[in-house]
Design a binder for this molecule. Structure first.
Ligand SMILES: Nc1ncnc2c1ncn2[C@@H]1O[C@H](COP(=O)(O)OP(=O)(O)O)[C@@H](O)[C@H]1O
Ligand SMILES: [Mg+2]
Length: 628
């Protein structure tokens, strides 16, 4: 995939950062719609929420017991001496409790045991819920994307699309199994922590609250600025990543043109741009970190000093001060965490928006479950184009086809020839109903194409393009793509007819040889013959070949041509050909020029006509005779 550098810029950013969206009522509402995916797992989801609350609560008991332990060891400060709220202690029935050193230790271990169970359960349950609901969501998004019309894919860069989807969905997954839990835990911790702080000493709590929020707000503002600057460095890094990607993708060009020096200098330049930005950021980051160290520790010292004074006057015990400090750290830490969660939430809303957008888009009416061809839709193979005009939805102003009228009778071979850009592939696209004609109509056996369900029609056609893409998997799976559930015999039979059996059998693993991106590389001619075997196995009423032999050398062209002749027998075939020698025997040759039918007839008729066909033919013949 060759991406322009400009394109990647935004793409790379999306990958690393995700798009942030303002938190508004509308965006929240959209996000909540996706919560319907949690519905099947709601029991477990609610249970995990309960465990989050329980684990937050048990965590808060830790500093409480710790404080009690210290008090138990302090001279004179054992049972029940609390600053603040003695009445509450009575209310909780804690007055009778004898807080000894050993007892507090036992309590701590009891608390820790519960805590481990709660934490385990919350992580486990929430991950299960998050993974399962996300898998459902992935399936829906993928199905929806697959049923999008062709124009959707030509207008969007497919690589970007799939990157985008996978990063958006992981963002949502993170939000469900991580951010949400952190958020709830934060809320619980905050409430419980603040409660304890005020219970221990209202006076000290107020002193602390006078200092901490000021620092917290400064930290958040400062932090946001730093993040923004970090993003710039990240973008620049993504750009240098593109250079690496591009050069490796086109490594044969780089080496052939000895452009190593040029590429290295390009890379070094972009890498140093990152360095410059990072160093500029370092000033802010340094200032931020020193400020935070100073103010956090300063605040702790100040609160401790105040609390120590209270111990001297007997208002507070040593243990209570310890509790207080630990609780304050909990509260402070939670505050700091909220800033990050807020930005996570924004990103998640951005992600849900684009996922929702896809789920809401109307796709083509293709069947997403296996269906059989219904008898009333079985094609005989007669095709008629009646004054078809067409422009691509993305280029409304250019009429690619202006007036195409042609007829193909059951079993005939129709060759479409003409200069490149004339509109031949577009005609193939219209046949497959990738697009609808802007005006005019296409008829299959006296029925307007619009009356056919899309899947019924496409099930009866086979398409062999110029560049055959094999899917990752075995050769046999790739051939069976034309007919799911075909037997090994059928597959081998199709391969034999496609002149592919011999070369396939020569592989050590035969039909089980893995092909595709991670498998072995096949030559153009070999891939073409596998595609033909695929089409033979499908046994379609209508066959469309778009320059199926154009990129082949003459030896494999001959093998492929033989295979194609086998394939075209007894079915209507549209053959788009570049080399006119291959279609000389077609029943009808239709010459397309600038979106219109320039002339049509048999080879002899068109040669006698002295028109465009003759001109193209003569040109190729001269060229051919020089080369051969
Ligand atoms: N997806 C598309 N969106 C917009 N224009 C397109 C698209 N595909 C092809 N075209 C334009 O339509 C014209 C005909 O293209 P095509 O049918 O591929 O020609 P041919 O197969 O005869 O070489 C060309 O000018 C091409 O630029
Ligand atoms: Mg073409």
């Amino acid at each position: 995939m060759a991406r322009g550098r400009g394109n990647f810029n935004s793409n790379g950013k999306q990958k690393d950062e995700g798009e942030k969206v303002k938190i508004s009522k509308e965006s929240l509402k959209q996000a909540l719609v996706l919560f319907t995916y949690l519905k099947p797992y709601r029991t477990k989801f609610i249970l995990s929420m309960v465990f989050i609350a329980l684990s937050a609560f048990t965590t808060s008991l830790f500093p409480f017991f710790l404080g009690k332990m210290i008090d138990a060891a302090s001279p004179g400060g054992s049972a029940g001496m609390m600053g603040g709220a003695p009445s509450m202690i009575e209310g909780l029935g804690l007055k009778e409790v004898k807080w000894t050193l050993n007892f507090t230790l036992i309590l701590i271990f009891v608390q820790l045991s519960f805590q481990t169970i709660f934490s385990f359960m919350r992580v486990y349950l929430l991950t299960e819920v998050g993974e399962k609901s996300l898998a459902d969501m992935r399936k829906d998004v993928y199905s929806k994307l697959l049923s999008m019309p062709m124009s959707y894919f030509t207008e969007k860069r497919v690589g970007e699309l799939s990157n985008r989807i996978s990063s958006d969905l992981s963002q949502i997954q993170d939000a469900i199994s991580f951010t949400l839990a952190e958020f709830l835990r934060g809320i619980f911790t905050l409430v419980i922590g603040l409660g304890f702080i005020f219970w221990i000493s209202t006076k000290l709590a107020l002193v602390m609250l006078a200092v901490v929020p000021v620092i917290a707000v400064l930290a958040v503002v400062f932090g946001m600025r730093i993040r923004k600057m970090a993003r710039k460095a990240q973008d620049q890094l993504a750009e240098s990543g593109t250079i690496v990607q591009e050069t490796f993708q086109g490594i044969s060009i780089v080496k052939a043109f000895t452009s190593e020096v040029y590429e290295i200098s390009r890379y070094v330049k972009s890498v140093y741009a990152v360095v410059d930005t990072a160093i500029a950021n370092a000033r802010y980051r340094g200032a931020f970190i020193s400020f935070m160290i100073f103010s956090v520790f300063g605040a702790i010292a100040f609160v401790m000093w105040y609390g120590a004074n209270m111990i001297q006057t007997g208002e507070l015990t040593m243990g209570s001060l310890t509790m207080f400090v630990i609780f304050s750290m909990f509260v402070g830490g939670t505050f700091a965490g909220f800033a990050d969660m807020f930005s996570q939430l924004q990103k998640t809303l951005g992600a849900t928006q684009s996922v929702r957008e896809i789920l809401r888009t109307e796709g083509e009416p293709v069947e997403l479950t296996p269906i059989a061809i219904e008898s009333q839709y079985v094609l005989k193979g007669n095709v008629t184009f009646k004054q078809v005009a067409f422009s691509y939805p993305s280029r409304n102003d250019v009429s690619v086809l202006k007036d195409i009228t042609l007829t193909a009778n059951n079993g005939e071979q129709i060759a479409l020839v003409g200069p490149s850009g004339a509109g031949k592939s577009t005609i193939a696209g219209l046949l497959l109903k990738f697009y609808e004609p802007t005006s005019g109509s296409i008829w299959f056996d006296d029925k307007n194409s619009t009356t056919f369900p899309l899947t019924q029609l496409r099930k009866q056609m086979a398409f062999v393009p110029q560049d055959v893409i094999l899917f990752g998997g075995t050769i046999s799976e790739n051939i069976a793509y034309g007919k799911l559930g075909a037997t090994a015999e059928e597959i081998a039979d199709a391969a034999r007819k496609a002149n592919a059996h011999d070369f396939i059998s020569k592989f050590p693993e035969g039909y089980e040889t893995i092909v595709g991106e991670r498998g072995i590389k096949l030559s153009g001619g070999q891939r073409q013959r596998i595609a033909i075997a695929r089409a033979i196995l499908k046994d379609p009423a209508i066959l469309i070949l778009d320059e199926a032999t154009s990129s082949l050398d003459s030896e494999s062209e001959q093998l492929v041509q033989e295979a194609l002749d086998n394939l075209m027998k007894n079915r209507t075939s549209f053959v788009i050909a570049h080399r006119l020698s291959t279609i000389r025997n077609a029943h009808k040759i239709v010459v397309i020029d600038k979106g219109t039918v320039a002339e049509q007839g048999s080879h002899e008729q068109l040669m006698a006509n002295n028109g465009l066909y003759r001109k193209l033919n003569d040109m190729q013949f001269e060229f051919g005779s020089v080369v051969k």
